[in-house]
Design a protein around this ligand. Sequence first.
Ligand code: IMP
Ligand code: MG
Length: 179
Amino acid sequence: MSEKISVLISEDTVNKKIKELGEQISRDYAGKQIHLICILKGGAFFACELAKRISIPVSIDFMQVSSYENSTTSSGIVRIKKDLDESLEDKEVLIVEDIIDTGNTLHYLIPVLHARKPSSLKLCALLNKPDRRQKEVEISYLGFDIPDEFVVGYGLDYAQKYRNLPYIGVVELDKDDTE
Ligand code: IMP
Ligand code: MG
């Protein structure tokens, strides 16, 4: 089965939004240094573009998590596959994630990071699927609300493909093509 990708949010629209988010974050944290936590792998493309648009001092660290899922539902159990290198103590921490879907990942992760005593802890997400939410998560900075469709690009993958697309696309499975 092959798949086709249709554009949901264009490259130009995504880039404009990231510029706006960077400017807003720079204003909100004026006079401070911000510590970005990039959630791998999906958040990497967004985090790099966002960091370039932030005009106050920025440091960045990386974390990888995985959710245990069965075929239909997210279990809500999250495992840290790669932890941060640096302490969060007394830092202005902003988590940068590609998409908030069920909310399970961030619902688990936020208290874990809070316990490391940052000065502040907020969440920035490029995309949000409100219709899929199982656990409430506060998103301080959001790119776009999107409908309940499986999207790729800008870090988001389908079977590890399409992360490098410079736009957000929807995967359409071509069911006629059985091989
Ligand atoms: P959660 O359901 O909010 O915990 O999100 C878990 C993860 O699922 C996200 O960080 C993404 O990596 C992935 N994910 C959710 N929706 C999509 C999608 O539409 N395309 C690609 N990955 C997705
Ligand atoms: Mg992710």
